[in-house]
Design a protein around this ligand. Structure first.
Ligand code: HEM
Ligand SMILES: *[C@@H]1O[C@H](CO)[C@@H](O)[C@H](O)[C@H]1NC(C)=O
Ligand SMILES: *[C@@H]1O[C@H](CO)[C@@H](O)[C@H](O)[C@H]1NC(C)=O
Ligand SMILES: CC(=O)N[C@H]1CO[C@H](CO)[C@@H](O)[C@@H]1O
Length: 541
C-alpha cells in the first residue's frame, strides 16, 4: 500500500504489495520528473527483497555496459569475422575452424558429477570470530575476537541429480571452506546433527539404495526401506529426514552441523574435542510436504534462487557458529560413543559455546567456476584441528580427495576457488591442467641438498587419539528424539511423511519389517505408522 502525502511529496510506506508496486515505480521512474524518480528509487529499495534478481541477470548485465564486451575470437585469439560467424551452410565443416572449435569444446563441457550432493548452490563471504578458542585450540582462524577469514560455502541435497528438485525430502549438505592463513580448513557437514552410518564401507551402498533403481532408473521405496531395516544405525537420521527439517525452506533457513567430533589441541599440547554447529540468524524454517510438492513442480530450483536473490538484494544470510566442547573425562562419562556420527551430542548436556558468525555476502559471477568446482574435503585441516578419530572420518579423508582428483583432475587445488591464500611449496608436479607455473626450476624430489622445500619443526606434535568403536545402541537416541524432542504436531507430520514413503513399498515382508523396526524405536511411532498404512491400504498395503 502507498500512503501519499502531497504536501511533502514523500513516500511514507511501501510494503507487502511490492510486486504490484514495482512496475508502477519503474513507469514513474522512466516517465516522470526527478522528484518522482527519487520517490521511485526509495520504493525500489524497499521492493528489493522481493525483486527477482536472478530472473533479470542478463538484462542487468547489458544495462551495465554500453557495448559488447569485445570482438569474438577463437580460443587461440584470432578475430572472427561476420562471414565466418554467419552460417556454415554449404561450407566444408572440417576446414571451418570456428565450427570445429565450437563443437569440440561443447562436447567436452561436462566433468564427472559428484557421486553424492550433485545439485547445489553456494556463495562466498567471511567468518568473524566473536569468542576465541585459544584455551582449547591453536588454530589461528579462531584465535582472535574480530578476526575475519574469507569463506566459500556450498549447500546441497544429498540424493538429487544435478537437475533435480530443491524441495525434495533429504538431508542437506552444509559445506564451508575457510581460506585461513594456515591453509584451507573445510567443514563438510549436514543440516542435521547425525549421519546414518558408522562404517565407511557402506557409504556407497547407502547412496545407491537411495538413488535410482538400476533397471527402472526410478527412485525406489523398496531399496530405500530395505537399507534402513538392515542398518538400524540409519534410524535416527531417517527420523530427521522424515521430520520437518527434511525439507528446509531454502538454504538460508537451515542449521549446519559438523556431525563428527573433532580433536583440537591448544598451545600447551592439550587435547579437547569439539562439534561445530551453525544456527541460521534468519531462523529455522521448513516447508510442509504439500508446499514442497507444489514447488517441486513450479520452482525446482527454489533453494538456488532464494539464496541468489537474497544475496543480490543485500539481505546477506548469516549463521551464528558454536562449538560443543568435551575433554577426555567427558568422552569417558558420556554413556555413548561421542565419536559415533549416528549419535547426537544433546545441547542440554553439552552446551553450545559461541564461536563466531558466518556471513555470505557475495554471489558467484560464474557458477561452474566458483561453485561447482569447489572441492571440499574433510582432510583440509589446519594446525590445531586434527580431524575426527572415527573410522568414517578416516574413510572421508581418502574419499573426497580421490573423488576430486577424478572429478576435477589431480591439480584441482590450483583452481581459483580451491587454492589456499597461503604460499604453497609441494613436491607435486605435472599432470592435467591447471598446472600453472609447476614450481618452475625448484628441485622436484625430497630429500635434496639444493634448497627445495623443507619441513618445519613443531613444538608439540599431538597425534589423533585412537578409539575403539563398538556397535553401540541404535535405538536409545531415536527413541528419545521421537518421545521427548518432537511436539505432538511434529510427530503427526513425521508419521504422515513416513506413511507417504512406506506406501511406495511393494514388498509386503519389507513393509512389515519397516513397521517392526519403527515399533522398536517407539511402540507409539510404529503403531501409528501401521494405522496410517492400513487407512491408506487402497494404495498398496
Ligand atoms: C564414509 C562416509 C562418506 C563418504 C565416503 C563420502 C563421500 C563423499 C563424496 C565422494 C562426495 C563428493 C565429493 C566431490 O566430488 O567433491 C561427497 C560430498 C559431500 N559429502 Fe560426503 N561422504 C561421506 C560421509 C559424509 C558425512 C558424514 C557428511 C556430513 C557430516 C558428508 C557431507 C558431504 C557434503 C556436504 C558433500 C558435498 C560437498 C560439496 O558441496 O561439494 N558426507 N561425499
Ligand atoms: C558493471 O560493470 C563493471 C565494469 O565492467 C563491473 O566491474 C561490475 O561488476 C558490473 N556490475 C554488475 C552489477 O554487473
Ligand atoms: C503448508 O504450508 C502452507 C504455507 O505455509 C500452508 O498454506 C498450508 O496450509 C500448509 N499445509 C498443511 C497441510 O499444513
Ligand atoms: C500418506 C497418505 O496417503 N496418508 C493418508 C492416509 O489416510 C488418511 C485417512 O484417510 C489421510 O488423512 C492421509 O492423508
Amino acid at each position: 500500500m502507498i500512503y501519499w502525502n502531497a504536501r511533502t511529496q514523500c513516500l511514507l510506506s511501501v510494503y507487502k504489495t511490492t510486486e504490484l508496486v514495482q512496475p508502477l515505480l519503474f513507469y514513474l521512474a522512466t516517465t516522470m520528473k526527478s522528484e518522482w524518480c527519487l520517490i521511485s528509487f526509495i520504493g525500489l529499495i524497499m521492493a528489493k527483497e522481493h525483486y527477482d534478481y536472478a530472473a533479470n541477470q542478463i538484462v542487468a548485465f547489458r544495462d551495465n555496459i554500453s557495448h559488447p564486451v569485445g570482438i569474438w575470437t577463437t580460443a587461440n585469439g584470432r578475430k572472427i569475422n561476420y562471414k565466418e560467424a554467419g552460417s556454415t551452410l554449404n561450407k566444408r565443416l572440417m576446414s571451418h575452424d570456428l565450427f570445429m572449435e565450437v563443437m569440440t569444446k561443447f562436447n567436452r563441457e561436462r566433468v564427472p558429477v559428484r557421486v553424492a550432493h550433485a545439485k547445489g548452490a553456494g556463495a562466498a563471504g567471511y567468518f568473524e570470530v566473536t569468542h576465541d578458542l585459544n584455551d582449547i585450540c591453536i588454530a589461528k582462524v579462531f584465535s582472535k575476537v574480530g578476526k575475519k577469514t574469507a569463506v566459500a560455502a556450498r549447500f546441497s541435497p544429498i540424493l538429487q541429480e544435478i537437475g533435480g528438485i530443491d524441495t525434495s525430502r533429504d538431508a542437506r549438505g552444509f559445506a564451508v571452506k575457510f581460506y585461513t592463513e594456515e591453509g584451507n580448513f573445510d567443514i563438510v557437514g549436514l543440516n542435521m546433527p547425525v549421519f546414518l552410518l558408522q562404517d565407511p564401507l557402506y557409504f556407497p551402498m547407502f547412496i545407491r539404495s537411495r538413488k535410482k533403481n538400476p533397471q527402472t532408473n526410478l527412485y525406489d521405496a523398496n531399496m530405500f526401506w530395505d537399507f534402513v531395516v538392515r542398518n538400524p544405525k540409519t534410524l535416527y537420521n531417517t527420523l530427521y529426514v522424515f521430520s520437518d527439517v527434511g525439507i528446509p525452506d531454502g538454504y538460508r533457513h537451515m542449521a549446519g552441523f559438523s556431525v563428527h567430533t573433532y580433536q583440537v589441541v591448544n598451545s600447551k599440547g592439550e587435547t579437547y574435542f569439539v562439534r561445530f554447529t551453525f544456527k541460521p540468524d534468519q531462523g529455522i524454517k521448513n516447508l510442509n510436504s504439500s508446499t514442497a510438492q507444489y514447488l517441486a513442480a513450479t520452482e525446482p530450483d527454489y533453494a538456488i534462487k532464494d539464496l541468489f536473490n537474497a544475496i543480490s538484494a543485500g539481505n546477506f544470510p548469516s549463521w551464528t557458529a558454536y562449538v560443543q566442547v568435551l575433554n577426555f573425562y567427558d568422552i569417558q562419562c558420556a554413556g555413548f560413543d561421542v565419536f559415533d556420527v549416528t549419535k547426537n551430542l544433546p545441547e542440554d548436556k553439552y552446551p553450545l559455546r559461541p564461536l563466531g558468525k558466518l556471513v555470505l555476502n557475495q554471489n558467484q559471477v560464474n557458477f561452474f567456476a566458483e561453485i561447482d568446482q569447489l572441492a571440499f574435503c574433510p582432510n583440509n585441516l589446519v594446525p590445531g584441528i586434527l580431524g575426527a578419530p572415527d573410522t568414517l572420518y578416516e574413510g572421508r579423508r581418502f574419499a573426497y580427495a580421490d573423488a576430486q582428483n577424478y572429478r576435477l583432475g589431480k591439480n584441482y587445488e590450483n583452481i581459483i576457488v580451491n587454492k589456499p591464500f597461503v604460499e604453497r611449496w609441494t613436491y607435486n608436479r605435472d599432470g592435467r591442467a591447471p598446472v600453472k607455473y609447476n614450481y618452475g626450476n625448484v628441485p622436484n624430489y625430497y630429500p635434496n641438498s639444493y634448497y627445495g622445500p623443507v619441513p618445519y619443526k613443531e613444538d608439540h606434535i599431538v597425534d589423533l587419539v585412537e578409539i575403539f568403536e563398538g556397535p553401540g545402541d541404535d535405538f536409545i537416541q531415536p527413541r528419545e528424539y521421537y518421545t521427548h524432542t518432537l511436539s505432538s504436531g511434529e510427530k503427526a507430520r513425521l508419521i504422515n511423511n513416513i506413511v507417504d514413503s512406506l506406501v511406495g513399498v511393494t514388498d509386503p515382508i519389507l513393509k512389515d519389517h519397516s513397521v517392526k523396526i519403527l515399533k522398536a524405536v517407539s511402540l507409539d511411532l510404529g503403531e501409528r505408522v501401521y494405522e496410517g498404512l492400513m487407512a491408506n491400504q487402497t494404495r498398496h498395503y
